[in-house]
Design a protein around this ligand. Structure first.
Ligand code: AMP
Length: 508
């Protein structure tokens, strides 16, 4: 039997002495205290229970970022419902798949959205709306609802949330996260990143993803401190709020956009103590440029939806650019070859992880779950990396991004780092495409620095002078922009699709 644990109860044990403290401050100047959070989450829990929701029921939510969306998350935790947030970008076809797969007991959607229109398709599902200002059928008359609510006695192993993650192939899979997974990770990060009572978190991430939802919000709740809540990332807005903040969590694109803004200065960061980056690789160049501009070394960490956070650079101690640091306390990682044997120190292999942070499996998909776990319980992250003597993990890319050209393995990251050093290049994305001779050929997609051009041959020549020639691109494509998803991850599958015929069609 797993030990009793309710994530909301854990948070409450930390903030119950600070009920008058602000929890969320919005840019429009509204402030919601910890007492407001406690009352609103209790009322929402009571309302959903009255509508027939029971512990274990999925509450599917596709709404704009707002304080009420956070209260809804916490209502689900305290009532034992399974919170299921969806990316606001999902369209009707995807949504109808989620409806069938998750069988939610409650759906909360933006008014007038495709999801709200699906009301009639699910007879046993309560359909409610919530807009960015907190208005909708979810909150209509909510102040009349009782604030007494008894937190449901859940266990560490009970589901707290399902987050759908999309692989490159097949339908998105629902990652089942337990109260124990989320609690253990939040406690570890809160401690590791040295949260202080006077911290103020600058929150500009989306809240349908593990980063903005669990990493950022759960650390804040454990710390009983405020966060400044921005609807989206806007460099000017972030700059405007930064003097009131002490910690920021972001994806690498946040940091490149801040650096591109003239108003982003060292003086602005005077009260900031920590900048954290994750969800996609932060290049060493951006890390260095940020340190030069602000005096701050960005702390990079690594995680994924299924595992929460896995590794982090240290708070005190060296933050090594281009690495994601060391495993969190209680988390084990290992680097293995395709046969499952540990590789030599410093060699590249598959990153596998085990610990209280690792999810329970994919929702209604035991086959996929079995495939992704090793017999001894380690989870296969699908990322490739290496651990050097100093113990820091370096990620070289997703396994599926690995290019095999003429029988040799080419890790895109290694080639991208070299190409990015070439004058005139702003950034690059290296992919493989079917090649009649080599199986796969290396293609470099290159973005020029503002006002500059790059000669394709010079990219190839530069790569050849720094790398074994099989790693050098056989094709160079200059684009205006690299496709990225909401978390700033380069969408290599889109590039691969687009340039699939690059070598095969060229020889015809
Ligand atoms: P998601 O499930 O959307 O959070 O995506 C997880 C994936 O993002 C990981 O498996 C990695 O491929 C990538 N990722 C997360 N953090 C980092 C990081 N700091 N550096 C490089 N890749 C990262």
């Amino acid at each position: 039997m797993m030990s009793p644990l309710n994530l909301y109860e854990l948070f409450e044990s930390r903030f119950s002495q600070s009920l008058d403290q602000p929890f969320i401050k919005t840019v429009s100047g509204t402030s919601h205290s910890y007492r407001a959070l406690a009352d609103a989450s209790a009322r929402l829990a009571n309302r959903l229970t009255d509508l027939g929701a029971s512990p274990g029921d999925r509450v599917m939510v596709q709404v704009e970022k707002s304080p009420w969306a956070v209260f809804l998350y916490l209502a689900c935790m305290r009532a034992g419902f399974v919170f299921l947030p969806l990316n606001t970008g999902y369209r009707a076809d995807e949504l109808s798949y989620f409806m069938q797969d998750a069988e939610p007991g409650v759906v909360v959607a933006s008014p007038g959205s495709s999801l709200a229109d699906m009301a009639g398709t699910a007879p046993h599902c309560a359909m409610l709306t919530l807009d960015a200002d907190g208005a909708g059928t979810l909150t209509d008359g909510i102040s009349a609802v009782e604030t007494n609510h008894t937190i449901v006695a859940t266990h560490a192993d009970d589901l707290a949330a399902i987050l759908y993650t999309s692989g490159t192939t097949g339908r998105p899979k629902g990652a089942m996260l337990t109260h124990g997974n989320l609690a253990s990770n939040a406690i570890a990060l809160h401690q590791l990143w040295g949260f202080r009572p006077d911290d103020v978190l600058l929150h500009a991430l989306p809240i349908f993803h593990t980063h903005g939802l669990f990493v950022a919000i759960n650390c804040t709740l454990l710390n009983a401190s405020p966060m400044i809540f921005l609807p989206t990332f806007d460099a000017g807005e972030v700059i405007g709020q930064m003097p009131d903040a002490t910690v920021m969590m972001g994806v690498p694109t946040f940091y490149t956009r801040l650096l591109a803004h003239d108003g982003f200065t060292e003086a602005l960061c005077r009260d900031m103590r920590l900048f954290i980056s994750g969800s996609a690789p932060l290049t060493a160049e951006v890390h260095d440029a940020f340190r030069q501009r602000t005096g701050h070394a960005i702390l990079e960490r690594y995680g994924m939806t299924e595992t929460n956070m896995i590794t982090s650079n240290p708070l005190s101690g060296e933050r090594l650019a281009g690495t994601v640091g060391m495993p969190l306390p209680d988390v084990d990682i290992r680097i293995c070859d395709d046969q499952g044997d540990a590789v030599e120190v410093g060699d590249i292999g598959n990153i596998e992880v085990m610990g209280p942070n690792v999810f329970k499996g994919y929702w209604r998909n035991p086959e996929k779950t079995a495939e992704e776990f090793c017999d001894d319980g380690f989870f296969k992250t699908g990322d490739k990396g290496r651990i050097e003597e100093h113990g820091y993990l370096q990620i070289v890319g997703r396994s599926k991004d690995l290019i095999i050209s003429g029988g040799f393995n080419v890790y895109p990251k290694e080639v991208e780092v070299v190409i990015d050093e070439l004058d005139g290049v702003s950034e690059s994305a290296v992919i493989g495409a079917p090649h009649p001779d080599y199986g796969e050929g290396v293609i470099a997609v290159v973005i020029c620095a503002p006002g500059q051009t790059v000669d394709e041959n010079s990219v190839i020549a530069h790569a050849k002078s720094h790398l074994a020639s099989y790693k050098a691109p056989k094709g160079v494509i200059v684009l205006d922009e690299i496709p990225r998803n909401a978390m700033g991850k380069v969408e290599k599958n889109k590039l691969r699709q687009r340039f699939e015929g690059y070598f095969t069609e060229a020889v015809q």
